[in-house]
Design a protein around this ligand. Structure first.
Ligand SMILES: NC(=O)c1ccc[n+]([C@@H]2O[C@H](COP(=O)([O-])OP(=O)(O)OC[C@H]3O[C@@H](n4cnc5c(N)ncnc54)[C@H](OP(=O)(O)O)[C@@H]3O)[C@@H](O)[C@H]2O)c1
Length: 437
């Protein structure tokens, strides 16, 4: 075993916000236990922030703080850099700088990993460094290390998850309170579950980064984040949630990565009707859950808090401990990038699912038949149809179709919106199949 010559491990941190505070708090509170487990003392040497005078959620010695990230990055004593500032730049520049100086890196930055993971992992490999990012997907839920280690022998064919707590909270409350999207979003913001600018969450971008990362690891192929089809939840109404429930489903924002028989991959994020019996369907409020199908293990589900200071700090500290063990045993860079393949991502138009379609029509004979004809003309067959009288001589019709490619539904929609009986085409959501083990 190569000799580790230093008496303690020095840690440098960029960012002392939500995740940085949770990380520092846990490192300070559990210091004795952590040091026993890793077998060596550690020390937080420096922390870079934007504003040194800001009140912090965790108590730290002011002398540790700097507003110049390079005070941390150029410190020759620092062994492990924790990047917890977020965004692509300057985070990427800082991480590359740290690696060039030989620092091991831990980050929770999903956007940087999803968009720039290739450059970062390539340099880490060249320099034989650890580059760990457990906190970047599903906060406190261990998912990246388990996929790379404990499940590493499996051929994974599917990864499916509720991986954004904000949207899951909103959809859960809409269902429980029969409330509208806008009111529920405002409530989520008031409770601190949605940001002032909620775009990243409600438009599905946060989940898009996460499913790109999960799928890259699951299918050993780097997923370009722009190839991930993404739809958010802003168009979900309480009517959709009520109809879904009446039909035995629950509406969730789901990230799906699936390996197809022809070797191509489906990687997508969109609101989805899940059967109420599906293992993910009972994941409510801010909780996240990820279901993985491995050829040997079968189905494995991971459940927990997908964000927040404590949960994400827990993931970051786990990574730090892993790196400390690797450092003292001379084994950094053991687990490198596993994207060996170059599998194509299937265009969304070709993806076949069942579909939920809701429309408002004139409540008179022949309306339902005209729409059914338009669907049939595009080879879309119907599994369920529900018609309810609304007001003013209008009726609402909800259809659940059998499996059909997205392109066919788009084609049918173009015809349906032009039918004289149709007042509005109100929503189109995907329906995932019955859960089969
Ligand atoms: N929040 C979560 O629950 C969560 C969960 C999983 C992953 N993540 C990821 O974790 C990362 C951090 O998120 P967060 O929620 O902790 O963010 P945050 O609360 O906004 O904190 C960011 C921290 O970075 C500091 N900072 C920003 N730019 C800097 C710069 N150029 N130099 C030095 N310091 C800088 C800020 O300083 P000031 O405090 O002085 O402004 C702040 O302390 C992101 O990549 C995010 O995607 C977050």
């Amino acid at each position: 075993m190569p000799e580790w010559k230093k008496s303690r491990i020095e840690i440098g941190i960029l960012g002392l916000g939500v995740v940085g505070s949770g990380t520092v708090d846990l490192l300070q509170r559990q210091r004795a236990e952590i040091e026993r487990k890793i077998g060596i003392p550690f020390h937080i040497k420096r922390i870079a922030v934007r504003n040194i005078d800001k009140v912090r959620a965790v108590k730290v010695d002011r002398s540790l703080l700097t507003n110049n990230a390079y005070d941390v990055l150029n410190d020759p004593d620092i062994d492990i850099l924790c990047e917890l500032i977020g965004g692509v730049e300057p985070a990427k520049e800082y991480v590359l700088h740290a690696m060039k100086r030989g620092m091991q890196v831990v980050t929770a930055n999903k956007e940087m990993i999803a968009k720039e993971g290739n450059d970062l992992m390539t340099l880490a490999r060249q320099k034989n460094l650890d580059f760990q990012f457990e906190g970047s997907v599903a906060g406190g839920i261990p998912i990246i290390q388990p996929m790379k280690n404990a499940l590493g022998g499996n051929r994974i064919d599917e990864v499916m998850g509720i991986i954004n707590g904000t949207t899951n909270y909103i959809l859960t409350r809409m269902s429980q309170e029969h409330a509208d999207f806008g009111d529920t979003l405002r409530e989520a913001q008031a409770r601190g579950y949605a940001e002032e600018d909620p775009t990243n969450d409600i438009e599905g971008y946060d989940a898009q980064y996460k499913i790109a990362i999960l799928s890259s690891i699951a299918f050993t192929s780097r997923i370009n984040v722009n190839d991930v089809h993404v739809e958010g939840i802003t168009h979900i109404t309480k009517a959709d949630i009520t109809y879904a429930e009446e039909l035995g489903y629950t509406v969730k924002l789901v990230g799906i990565g699936r390996r197809m028989a022809d070797g191509r991959l489906q990687v997508r994020v969109h609101p989805t009707l899940l059967p109420q019996t599906h293992p993910l369907a009972s994941t409510n409020n801010v909780y996240n859950a990820i279901l993985i199908k491995g050829d040997s293990v079968g189905d494995v589900m991971f459940y927990g808090r997908g964000a927040g200071s404590g949960p994400t700090g827990s993931a970051v500290v786990g990574d730090i401990m892993d790196v400390c063990r690797n450092l003292t045993h001379g084994s950094t860079g053991r687990i490198h990038c596993t994207c060996y393949d170059d599998s194509a991502v299937m265009p969304m138009d070709e993806v076949e699912t069942r579909h939920y379609l809701r429309m408002t029509v004139q409540d008179k004979p022949g309306a339902l038949a005209s729409i059914a004809y338009a669907l049939g003309a595009c080879d879309i067959s119907i599994e369920v149809v529900v018609q309810k009288a609304a007001q003013d001589g209008h009726a609402e019709i909800v259809w659940i179709t059998h499996e059909a490619p997205n392109s066919k539904v788009r084609e049918a929609k173009e015809t349906i919106v032009r039918l004289p009986e149709v007042i509005s085409f109100d929503n189109w959501l995907r329906v995932e199949g019955l859960y089969r083990e």
